[in-house]
Design a binder for this molecule. Sequence first.
Ligand SMILES: [Fe+2]
Ligand SMILES: [Fe+2]
Length: 136
Amino acid sequence: MISNQKIISMHNELLDSQHEELFEISIKLSLMNYRHINPKELKNVLKELLIMLNRHFSDEEDFMREIHYPYIREHTKIHRSIVLEIEEIIISEAKSIHILAEKLDQVVRDFIVNHTSKEDSKIAKYYEQQIKSKLI
Ligand SMILES: [Fe+2]
Ligand SMILES: [Fe+2]
């Protein structure tokens, strides 16, 4: 189960609210695995997840450019691989809704939650240092 406690602050309101929304979608997806899965509902959550994810990644990439984050290329590559992974699962597991929901839950947990706490936090730390060095 995903807890909201892991959400880090990016010092950017838009990105913070998007992270929160992504976590909420992850929880929805995770909860689905504990009850009867309605295919239509799963489809809607997936749609929501992909739209939100693409929007968030593009906004986060803008933010990295704005603050001149030095590892933007590497970070953007990870974003692309997350979207690709999710799309591949949707295509390959389309026949079994239960496996699809289970695999997506895993991927969302591994990629989105870990990505935010491990990789996005590096952007936040870099930004914090930039602000500090400007104050001194
Ligand atoms: Fe992010
Ligand atoms: Fe990111």
